[in-house]
Design a protein around this ligand. Structure first.
Ligand SMILES: [Zn+2]
Length: 235
């Protein structure tokens, strides 16, 4: 019985609630595989086999061993109950075809693919300073990085359109090279002969930062939320 665990909501991030509200230590109790960001949307996090890596906006990748550091938003799961998934060609378009082929569109799904990527374009959120701007304002100043012929792992989640706002609907994936020298939030990629797995989750566990006063009080602008998310997430 596979469960995906998410801390906080994308809507909260969009509203500029960027303080860390859960430690990595606590997060890892709910899964050894996942993605997220650190305090103040400091970079792009990818968690593989319980090891936490952070891409920062200077283009570097850090292995995070101080698990007292915290996340404002993250999604994790235990790498189990997965279905083998080998793709002869892989792009966002083929990942969307995968959703159709396996009838995944109404469920939460994770994907993990490994191989040589012909091209990967990522963006990395720069750490925001208080008073925090909205995620949309931040998204306009995010550096992007590109790599060709890079061996690595693509990892992320599919969220059905119904839950847009809680998370970004569609695919949200991060990438890290095997050399741990290139990582980020994937904007575009192409690859051939990737091997990996996907997991369709039966349970979605949403953990909210109820001890955070700003979270408790913030007013959500539902009217512009989806448009802002589409603009900020850029895929
Ligand atoms: Zn991301």
């Amino acid at each position: 019985m596979a469960t995906v665990y998410q801390h906080s909501t994308l809507a909260a991030l969009m509203a500029g609630l960027l303080d860390a509200t859960l430690s990595l230590e606590q997060l890892l109790n709910h899964g050894d595989t996942g993605i997220g960001t650190l305090d103040g949307v400091d970079g792009e996090v990818i968690i593989l086999a319980g090891e936490v890596y952070q891409a920062t906006s200077d283009g570097k990748v850090h292995h995070i061993t101080d698990l007292k550091k915290g996340v404002p938003f993250a999604t994790v799961h235990e790498d189990q109950d997965s279905v083998e998934c080998n793709l002869t060609t892989a792009t966002f378009a083929t990942m969307n075809e995968l959703v159709e082929q396996h009838t995944l569109k109404n469920g939460f799904t994770s994907i993990q693919l490994h191989g040589v990527f012909e091209h990967v374009q990522v963006r990395v959120a720069p750490k925001a300073e208080k008073p925090y701007p909205s995620l949309l304002a931040l998204a306009k100043e995010q550096p992007t990085f590109e790599a060709d012929q890079v061996t690595g792992t693509l990892l992320g989640y599919y969220t059905p359109a119904l839950y847009d706002g809680m998370a970004a609907s569609g695919w949200h994936v991060h990438f890290i090279s095997d050399q741990h020298d290139f990582a980020g939030h994937v904007l575009d990629f192409s690859a051939k002969d990737l091997t990996g797995t996907f997991t369709l989750f039966e349970n979605f566990e949403l953990h909210l930062p109820i001890e955070n006063a700003s979270f408790r009080k913030h007013e959500l602008d539902m009217a512009t939320l989806s448009a802002d998310i589409a603009q900020a997430e850029g895929n």
